[in-house]
Design a protein around this ligand. Structure first.
Ligand code: FMN
Length: 473
């Protein structure tokens, strides 16, 4: 093993992603497991805990996506309710945190705060909530007539939602835990709440006394200016799509700066991009395996489907191994692809950028999709991958990564067996869980007190920078 002292010894935070729908996971591989059976979730969670990861992560999908009015096979991976899955996993792990992506647009604070407080108890303080604002009517039709929440109200509702949830979690005094001794509770106000706001006007009693770590670890995913501003004021970590060093560093500096301006210690806001990995015994072997994986991920049919979803029109008469057709704003079919969350801005912006790339490098459709529709991937020998992860963290492109594998749930084993030992040897990843018992303590975050998040206040559009568009990973 090659030891190398880390630049300043910042700890690398690691999450293990159990994927939902995407083309990165090769479910068709005979070595892949089930998308929904308990064994799959348990294996990934136990492997992550064996590798001393900080947390297990799941994204949320609220509706089966549609492409050209039909379901595309890649889009129908099982999408179980995350809180239910993670309750089961809390019972078979001791130290691993659990990060559940759950939206603030179609839920109610009382119900969701109750679910998360329950999980926080069941896991002894190992729960995290990845707050997303999923806004469109396509998803919303599942929940209410019309389904729509205007875009500019998403973060306003999210901010009030989180504030309300914090009020509910703080409605019991901490010492009320374990007092079921047959007496009246001394504090008659315990558990009582009243919240009066634009989006929620509720009062009553919250049925779950204060949980270990008090609040779930709060995380946010969403890259618009509004999303960044909300995150900088409110959450403990951001799940970001910027895994490459350049964009990663830019995003890192931007949101840490916003946190500082909001009066926070920027170290209390962790930046966690998603990334995948492909290993080989030599750099050449890793590159060859990465190519094989890419071809398995982007089959000819998937290449065309992903191009159609980006070009927003039918391209079925094109050869996936042939030239890339020009972007055609007049040919756009509204609704050709439904259920993908996108950020603000020109819907063809990404297509234009891809097209320029294809022309510059003379790529076929399939080559273009392989080149562009990727997430940041660490490909190399185990030592190289460990070095790149550590370098990204030590040079402030990230505070850690949410690691996904193209093979679920067994792909992570190789990472834990081969990459993790380097990080541990360099002292940037724990060898045992010793810093604390809760998810919050393992992330090195300060303890929470009632009302400890002064930044959680109603959205005020006037405080925001001019909006910029950003693609969603
Ligand atoms: C890295 C990342 C992960 C996301 N994960 C989810 C998810 O699991 N479920 C979901 O419904 N939306 C997810 N979203 C979408 C957000 O909910 C949001 O709708 C979208 O990013 C638009 O918000 P924005 O304009 O602030 O970027 C994710 C967004 C990002 C950037």
């Amino acid at each position: 093993m090659t030891a190398r002292a880390p630049a300043n010894g910042k700890q690398v935070i690691l999450g293990a992603s159990f994927p939902g729908v995407n083309h990165h996971t090769v479910w068709g591989d005979p070595r892949a497991g089930s998308q929904i059976a308990i064994d799959s979730f348990v294996h990934l969670a136990k492997t992550a805990e064996r590798g001393r990861f900080d947390f297990f992560f799941q994204a949320e999908g609220l509706r089966v996506r549609e492409h050209k009015g039909r379901f595309y096979e890649l889009d129908i991976a099982g999408r179980p309710h995350i809180a239910v899955v993670q309750a089961a996993l809390a019972g078979v792990t001791r130290h691993l945190g659990f990060l559940a992506t759950i939206n603030t647009t179609f839920n109610e604070p009382y119900d969701l705060a109750r679910q998360l407080a329950t999980l926080n108890h069941l896991s002894d303080g190992r729960t995290g909530w990845n707050i997303v604002t999923t806004s469109d009517a396509f998803h919303g039709e599942n929940f209410r007539r019309g389904g729509y929440l205007p875009r500019d109200e998403r973060y306003e509702r999210a901010a009030e939602f989180v504030r309300t949830a914090l009020e509910l979690w703080d409605s019991w005094p901490a010492e009320s835990l374990g007092t079921a001794g047959g007496e009246f509770v001394t504090d008659p106000g315990a558990g009582r709440f009243a919240h009066r706001g634009k989006h929620f006007d509720i009062e009553g009693t919250f049925p779950i006394p204060t949980a270990p770590q008090r609040h779930p670890v709060l995380v946010q995913a969403g890259v618009s200016d509004e999303g960044r501003e909300f995150a900088a004021r409110t959450v403990d970590a951001i799940f970001s799509p910027f895994g490459e060093p350049g964009p990663g560093r830019e995003f890192y500096a931007d949101v840490k700066g916003r946190a500082r301006r909001a009066g926070r210690d920027p170290d209390t806001l962790k930046i966690l991009p998603g990334a995948s990995f492909v290993l080989g015994d030599t750099p050449g072997e890793a590159a060859e395996r990465a190519r094989e994986v890419a071809l398995a991920q982007v089959t000819p049919a998937t290449a065309l489907a992903l191009l159609e979803q980006t070009w927003l029109r039918d391209l079925s008469d094109h050869d996936p191994d042939g030239p890339v057709p020009p972007v055609d704003a007049d040919g756009v079919e509204v609704g050709i692809s439904r259920g993908r969350t996108t950020s603000t801005g020109d819907p063809l912006e990404k297509a234009r950028e891809w097209y320029a790339h294809a022309r510059e490098y003379r790529l076929s459709i399939r080559e273009l999709v392989i080149a562009r529709a990727h997430r940041a991937a660490f490909a190399g020998t185990p030592l190289q991958v460990a070095q790149r992860i550590n370098d990204a963290v030590q040079t402030d492109a990230a505070d850690g990564f949410v690691i996904g594998s193209h093979l679920v749930p067994y792909g992570l084993d190789e990472f834990v067996d081969k990459v993790v030992p380097f990080l541990q040897e360099w002292g940037v990843l724990r060898t045992e869980y010793t810093t604390g018992a809760t998810f919050r303590e393992n992330l090195g975050l300060p303890p929470e007190a009632p009302g400890a998040r002064p930044g959680v206040r109603p959205f005020d559009a006037a405080e925001f920078q001019p909006a910029t568009a950003g693609a969603v990973g």
